[in-house]
Write a protein that binds this ligand. Structure first.
Ligand SMILES: Cc1cc2nc3c(=O)[nH]c(=O)nc-3n(C[C@H](O)[C@H](O)[C@H](O)COP(=O)(O)O)c2cc1C
Length: 158
């Protein structure tokens, strides 16, 4: 099983989380690829690509509960080029800040989750919310969550 992490970020925290997972979870999957969302469209979920791949959406939240700028086009493409994604298994790491944005906490990741579910994709596990107001380091909390999530998805080591 391969893991593809799709990163939506403004100030790189989500990218640091993805890179920490790439380093610390390599023993659980055959390969890990980290892709910034900038140039992506719904083609990333093509059936051949998705065959042996788990997807992890790792995105922050901006504006009032929006996906970050580098994720906008990809997020919109999932609406404008809708395709059935029943073959896709995915998880979500949503970054946000409950202290300053309680009413839209982690909406960036939650919006991706909603859209992927609408297209028939199957989420594995619960959404992992990483809170900038918490004392936990996002990289540490993200890796911890991801190891359990990969086990849940059936990845016990390659
Ligand atoms: C202008 C601005 C708007 C934000 N809006 C939200 C929001 O609506 N909801 C939320 O949960 N977090 C919000 N945040 C917090 C970020 O999502 C959080 O700090 C995150 O860790 C940043 O990750 P990044 O560096 O990968 O972009 C906002 C932060 C900024 C600076």
């Amino acid at each position: 099983m391969k893991l593809t992490i799709l990163v939506g970020t403004m100030t790189s925290t989500a990218d640091y989380v993805a890179q920490a997972i790439e380093m610390d979870c390599a023993d659980l999957v055959a390969a890990i690829e980290v892709r910034l969302m900038d140039d992506l469209d719904s083609g990333i979920f093509d059936v051949e690509k998705s065959n042996d791949t788990l997807y992890l959406i790792c995105t922050s939240t901006y504006g009032s509960g929006d996906v970050p700028d580098n994720a906008q086009a990809f997020y919109e493409s999932l609406a404008f080029q809708p395709q059935f994604l029943g073959h896709v298994r995915y998880g979500v790491i949503a970054l946000g800040d409950s202290g300053s944005h309680q009413s839209t906490f982690c909406f960036g990741g939650k919006k991706f989750d909603e859209r992927l579910r609408d297209l028939g994709a199957q989420r594995v596990g619960e959404i992992c919310c990483l809170d900038a107001s918490s004392e936990a380091l996002p990289e540490t909390a993200g890796v911890h969550w991801c190891r359990e999530w990969l086990a849940k998805a059936g990845c016990e080591g390659s």
